[in-house]
Write a new protein. Structure first.
Length: 60
């Protein structure tokens, strides 16, 4: 099964920008691996949903 793969394959995991699912585009998260091969996720507070405004900038 394709989703059980161990290694990152850029061909299978390419982001399809033309999928036309939504008119809004969110930010892309930078995914990195540590020395043991585990994924390092960005801080949750740094992620935004498509169309979400920055609350800090809006409050000024």
């Amino acid at each position: 099964m394709e989703y059980l793969q161990d290694e990152f394959n850029p061909v299978l995991n390419a982001d399809d920008e033309d999928d036309k699912v939504s008119g809004h585009k969110g930010e892309k998260a930078k995914m990195e691996k540590d020395s043991l091969g585990a994924l390092i996720l960005p801080p949750y507070s740094s992620l935004k949903l498509p169309g979400q405004k920055d609350a800090i900038r809006e409050s000024k």
